[in-house]
Structures are given as structure tokens and as C-alpha cells.
Design a protein around this ligand. Structure first.
Ligand SMILES: [Zn+2]
Length: 246
């Protein structure tokens, strides 16, 4: 799948489709986060139109269609507007630090479905190519839902993070043990992996709701077979293994 000829072929056929929705990156700001999204719209064309509509104030650097076509919307050295409010590890301005890839899928609102092989082949090629240009630690290759668990679900539990990891993209626990559930310890591990915390200005109930959304975001990324938000001994073991690999 990551065959070099296939990869080069895909990258030589990237389609320029400029969006005006971008700004400068702050001086000296490194590009050290990669955020993967799904488009969450009825069609890829609708998403492409919206990401290029000056009135929408949203964009991404790339969009990958279900048939594998890759569109370049914003140059990597510019700041695209894909991340919004949220944070990851020490970063509270994810747009300034990141490259954003929108992956066409109707999403949970319009009929979430598995990502076709052609599309994932292109995502792999594109991510590998980006990683040749920028030093992005594995633990900073994330889902939109990781940096904004209270607002976002994308790219969701069908996204094959395991396959990306097999191709050198992103953090993966590998062989891991199960471990007895210890929620305070699990929360601490999520902090260490990079998940943000609820605002202290909201009620206890809202803070608890935020914590459950962190659990679900964690499961969508690293334990997609069960995204109930209930932490079990497998989740504990995975979080411990991930934290060891940071
Ligand atoms: Zn998104």
C-alpha cells in the first residue's frame, strides 16, 4: 500500500484547488502537529466548495476524495483554518502549528461509512510525504476529536489508525497488557498523552461530561471496537503503552 511508485504517482497528481481562507503562521512557529478530519458533508464536492468559500472562514491544507484524488487547498507554510478551539499537549493554537487534512466522508451526521481503500492509500502517501518535510512527533499526529473532544467526532472510529501506524504514521500501543481500571490514573495518562482538560469555569457536571468525551475520543482513536466511553482494563493497558512511547 505504501509502495513507492504508487506513492510517487499519487503525489505527482495532486490537484491544485486554492482556497483564500488562510493567514500567515506566526514567526518562528514550527509545523509540528498533523490533524486528520472527515468532511462530514453530503458530498466531497460540497466540502471542497465550502473549504474554498470566502464566507465560510474554514479551510484545510488538503482534501482527499473517496476515489483517492488529493486536492491542495492551502500551502503548507500558511495557516489554514481547520482546527478551531481546542488544544493538544502544550499547544493551545493548533492551527498555527499544524497541517490539516480533510478526508471525504459524510460523517456521523449524514451516514458515516468505512473509508475506501483508494482513499486510505492516498492518505498514507500524503502523510508520509508531509513527514519528509516536517518533524512531527508520532504523538502529535491526531484526530480532530483528540484536540476538541467536546465538539468533534472526526475522523471517527472507522478511521484505520492501525494501518497508518504500520506505515510509520502516528502513535500506536503495539503489544500491550491489560491493567486494572484506575480512573484517576487513566485521567493522568490522558493528560500525559495530550488531551486537554475541561474549563474550570464550567459546572462539575459539565466537567464530568467533558471527561467522558475524552474517554470516547481516546477509544475512537486507539480502541475503536468499543467507544462506549466506559474505561475498561484494555483501555488502561493501551493508555499505559502509549504513554511509555511518548
Ligand atoms: Zn474536523
Amino acid at each position: 500500500m505504501a509502495d513507492r511508485d504508487i506513492r510517487d504517482g499519487l503525489l505527482n497528481n495532486v490537484i491544485d484547488h486554492p482556497s483564500a481562507n488562510f493567514g500567515p503562521r506566526p514567526d518562528g512557529c514550527p509545523i509540528d502537529i498533523l490533524v486528520l478530519h472527515y468532511t462530514g458533508m453530503q458530498s466531497g464536492k460540497d466540502a471542497l466548495d465550502r473549504l474554498c468559500d470566502p464566507d465560510s472562514s474554514v479551510s484545510s491544507h488538503y482534501l482527499v476524495e473517496e476515489d483517492g484524488r488529493i486536492f491542495r487547498l492551502v500551502d503548507e507554510d500558511k495557516r489554514a483554518w481547520h482546527a478551531g478551539r481546542g488544544n493538544w499537549q502544550d499547544c493551545i493554537d493548533v492551527n498555527s502549528h499544524s497541517i490539516g487534512i480533510e478526508i471525504v466522508n459524510p460523517g456521523h451526521e449524514f451516514g458515516y461509512r468505512p473509508f475506501p481503500d483508494e482513499q486510505i492509500t492516498s492518505v498514507l502517501a500524503l502523510c508520509q510525504d508531509i513527514l519528509t518535510r516536517h518533524t512531527i512527533p508520532a504523538g502529535r499526529i491526531i484526530a480532530h476529536s483528540d484536540m476538541a473532544p467536546d465538539r468533534k467526532e472526526d475522523p471517527g472510529e472507522f478511521f484505520p489508525w492501525n494501518l497508518l501506524a504500520e506505515n510509520g504514521i502516528g502513535l500506536w500501543p503495539g503489544v500491550h497488557q491489560t491493567s486494572p481500571v484506575d480512573l484517576p490514573e487513566f485521567d493522568r495518562l490522558l493528560d500525559q498523552i495530550g488531551y486537554g482538560n475541561p474549563s474550570e469555569d464550567v459546572t462539575e457536571t459539565e466537567q464530568d461530561a467533558y471527561r467522558v468525551k475524552r474517554y470516547i475520543a481516546f477509544q475512537r482513536h486507539w480502541r475503536p471496537s468499543d467507544i462506549s466511553g466506559v474505561i475498561d482494563d484494555e483501555c488502561m493497558g493501551i493508555a499505559q503503552a502509549l504513554a511509555r512511547k511518548l
